[in-house]
Design a binder for this molecule. Structure first.
Ligand code: NAP
Length: 342
């Protein structure tokens, strides 16, 4: 059976997922779309052979749609996801699950009332081969206890709409989820330092770079540099320091150039290039999970925990103090086993 998917929000990410589902993911097709930009969306629906729904709620409740992907504007996510749960439809929602942790909790409660997980959040790094191999290696225990993690999240540049809070809520949120998954423990404190010395490439609304410090339940300390006007490309690093050694990501490289006594490899331009394989696997595994009535990816609870953590980071940044990270008790529904890594 081919899964008929409806996508809400046909901007950059929505179109990226349309192409992915129609061209690279097996067993699914984009059958419908909805977007507030009616004329553009109608033309695009024709181009890809999908039905256009003016009203996203009608798309969600349509009997012709088996599952939904939400890639609209962040503040719309919560309502669309709740509507999917109401209609007993599986939904893949791009991060963030909701704007506030309380919104994520509304979704958690809607799922627990039905005692079923309908929601997967778009934290694609869990499907990146590098992170998966690090997790696998840590689980073998040969490197001993994990002590520290050093991370960087660098973008080549951002536009003037990007402000200081976005560095945590839209950017660092990926590390927040990936590291919590990697270590299988929650964070207890958050601190954010805004260095006095900034890049001249930034603009009025953005403090760049920023340094985030997180501590986990067992005492692992993480330092995360978020530097979104670094100028040289999209540069994601994660080095885990253990008692018996260090393990870290290498950026996937496909070729190197030797010239003028230099040997160089390419730095990816953006997340789409760096994580293309991870996005593809993420959606393939989600489609397979929906068909088997058992989704195993980042859950609504993970979306909530990411939100609680990023909110604590924002508070820490605004107050200049270290903040405790507090969260609600975890419902039993979310204790089910996660997907095995490679
Ligand atoms: P975008 O280009 O602005 O696309 C969003 C689209 O949704 C736009 O066409 C927008 O219209 C439309 N929209 C806004 N409100 C809507 C509503 N109520 N109903 C239906 N459509 C609506 O943004 P994007 O970069 O694609 O990002 C979309 C989502 O993906 C965001 O939540 C973002 O955080 C997430 N994202 C995730 C990753 C990742 O790595 N996982 C990467 C990038 C983005 P207007 O343009 O008129 O507002």
């Amino acid at each position: 059976m081919e899964l008929k998917i409806g996508i809400i929000g046909i901007g950059a990410m929505g179109r990226d997922h349309v192409e992915r589902i129609n061209e690279r993911v097996n067993g699914a097709v984009v059958a419908a779309i909805s977007d507030i930009n009616k004329d553009t969306a109608i033309a695009y629906a024709e181009e890809i052979g999908a039905t256009f729904f003016e009203n996203a709620e009608d798309l969600i409740s349509s009997e012709d749609i088996d599952a939904v992907v939400v890639t609209s504007w962040d503040p719309t996510h919560e309502d669309y996801v709740l509507e999917c749960i109401k209609n007993n439809k599986y939904v893949f929602c791009e991060k963030p699950l909701a704007i506030e942790a309380s919104g994520c909790l509304n979704i958690v409660h809607a799922e627990t009332e039905k005692n079923k997980k309908f929601v997967q959040v778009g934290f694609m790094r869990r499907y990146d081969r590098g992170y998966e191999e690090i997790k696998h290696e840590l689980q073998t225990g040969t490197l001993g206890e994990t002590l520290l993690i050093h991370c960087t999240h660098r973008n080549e540049m951002v536009d003037e709409g990007y402000d200081t809070p976005m560095a945590v809520e839209n950017t660092a949120v990926h590390e927040v989820d990936a590291l919590r998954w990697l270590l299988e423990e929650d964070f207890v404190t958050a601190e954010v330092r805004l260095p006095k010395k900034q890049t001249t490439k930034t603009h009025a609304k953005l403090h760049d770079p920023q340094l985030i410090l997180l501590e986990t339940e067992s005492g692992v300390i993480i330092d995360l540099e978020v530097f979104v006007n670094c100028q040289f490309g999209y540069d994601i690093n994660c080095k885990v320091v253990c008692e018996q050694g260090e393990i870290g990501l290498t950026n996937p490289t496909y070729y190197s150039i030797k010239t003028e006594r230099k040997d160089s490899t390419r730095v990816p331009s953006d997340w789409k290039e760096r994580f293309i394989a991870a996005y593809d696997r993420e959606l393939q595994i989600w489609v397979d999970g929906v068909k088997n009535d058992n989704i195993t990816g980042p859950s609504a609870w993970d979306g909530y925990m990411a939100s609680v953590t990023t909110s604590a980071c924002s508070e820490a940044r605004d107050t200049g103090e270290r903040k405790d990270i507090k969260f609600e008790p975890k419902p039993g529904l979310y204790n089910q086993k996660l997907r095995e890594t490679i």
